[in-house]
Write a protein that binds this ligand. Structure first.
Ligand code: BGC
Length: 403
């Protein structure tokens, strides 16, 4: 209980005003013949059909809502010829749906979404968006750079979580959709002013989501600063491969190519130790049902809520996770350049309207990132960014079906 309170002690309408804002509608491509309905082909796609010679579909856009300040929120949809469709919005660079076929070709959305636009403005559980400037926790919301101390908003008991009061998920991002033969995507940009939420430096951030011909959702992050600062960017999608809202993730089989994890205190702050997973409930190096040992993790807030150390060299794109949902046969494989991955089993999804009535353990997160509280831990890979340097991170989610 203390654990729950500490982690979520302080965590915390808009009418959907559908607009026909400039830029809404079909995104034109030179030499492209006409509009197509990306949803039309999705329902009937056979998983065995050879689609390798078919072109990517043109990104579509539609009005999604309006912020309190009157800014238009637009949803962009990307579809490929093999039956995948992804939707994203310029509010928080949030992924609002990821539709993938199961082994019979039946398509379902496998990421949690809200039924109303107003709920995206609150987004208490951080559905689907870009976490920043610092994903995960910073102890006591404090850190120092070159002798200067910085203080952040405390939104998670005594700590700062996912960027603080608003973080990047409440910001309106500039959106630029694109398309080529093998992929289509949306490039989102946001400039965080110097001092925003207590973080130093003006941070220019770019997050690009790309859907490839091969059923990959690629996320590329870039950032630059004009003063030394710290950052840790990730995406906070919640997954249920049986279909969002369709029961629990306890039967999903997980493989994590991670030999070590970071033990945490009751507030979710790493103790500093990189502990071996060998012989513990944290070991997912071979596929295991998530529910098999879910009552065992120490300080896991009622499940798993821990950062793992990804095997192999950080900075290189390498495989880290595989999730298989046995009934539907849907498979999601994750590769990343990041040193860590936060495995979170939706322990605070308590089934309230705020969480779209999704129950505890109704979805899981696998957030590729740097280690929590790195700015206060010299021994962890650095999260410092200096002027003249470019921060990059790439994470790829590949979807397929098990035979
Ligand atoms: C954290 C959880 C938190 C969730 C939603 C995850 O990244 O690890 O502790 O409850 O985000 O805020």
């Amino acid at each position: 209980m203390v654990n729950l309170l500490l982690r979520h002690g302080i965590v915390a309408g808009m009418l959907v005003a559908c607009c026909m804002a400039a830029g809404c509608g079909r995104i034109p491509k030179p030499g492209d013949g006409g509009g197509s309905n990306p949803a039309a082909h999705l329902k009937s796609k056979s998983v065995n059909e050879d689609t390798s010679d078919k072109p990517m579909l043109t990104p579509q856009s539609e009005p999604f809502g309006q912020t309190a300040a009157g800014e238009e929120v637009v949803q962009y949809s990307l579809s490929n010829p093999s039956g995948m469709k992804i939707s994203v919005i310029n509010l928080g660079a949030i992924i609002t749906s990821v539709e993938v076929p199961d082994r019979k070709g039946k398509v379902a959305n496998v990421t949690l979404s809200f039924p109303s636009f107003a709920m995206y403005l609150e987004n208490a559980p951080y559905f689907g968006g870009a976490c920043g400037r610092y994903a995960n926790r910073i102890a006591a919301g404090k850190f120092s750079i070159d002798g200067n101390e910085y203080s952040l908003f405390l939104n998670n008991g005594p700590n700062s979580l996912h960027g603080g009061q608003e973080g990047f998920m409440k910001k309106l991002w500039k959106a630029e959709p694109f398309q080529n033969d093998q992929a289509s995507g949306v490039k989102f940009s946001y400039t965080s002013p110097d001092g925003e939420e207590g973080y130093p430096g003006e941070l220019k951030t770019v997050v690009t989501y790309t859907l490839t011909h091969d059923n990959e959702l690629r996320m590329d992050y870039h950032a630059t600063t004009d003063k030394p600062t710290v950052l840790n960017l990730t995406n906070h999608a919640y997954w249920n491969l049986a279909g969002a809202g369709n029961g629990f993730i306890l039967d999903h089989e997980l493989t994590l190519l991670c030999s070590k994890f970071l033990p945490v205190d009751e507030g979710g702050i790493p103790t500093g130790e990189l502990a071996s997973v060998e012989g513990t409930c944290m070991d997912f190096r071979k596929p295991e049902k998530i529910g098999a040992r879910i009552d065992q993790p120490v300080n896991g807030a009622g499940g798993y809520d821990h950062c793992y150390v990804v095997d192999g060299a950080a900075g290189k794109l390498r495989p880290v996770a595989k999730v298989v949902e046995p009934k539907s046969g849907r498979v999601m494989e994750i590769s990343t350049t990041e040193p860590g991955i936060q495995f979170y089993t939706g322990n605070f999804l308590a089934g309230t309207p705020k969480t779209a009535d999704i129950p505890k353990h109704g979805a899981l997160c696998l957030e590729t990132q740097h280690f929590p509280d790195s700015p206060n831990r010299r021994e962890f890979p650095t999260t410092r960014l200096n002027p003249g340097e470019t921060y990059t991170q790439t994470t790829v989610h590949k979807f397929s079906v098990a035979k």
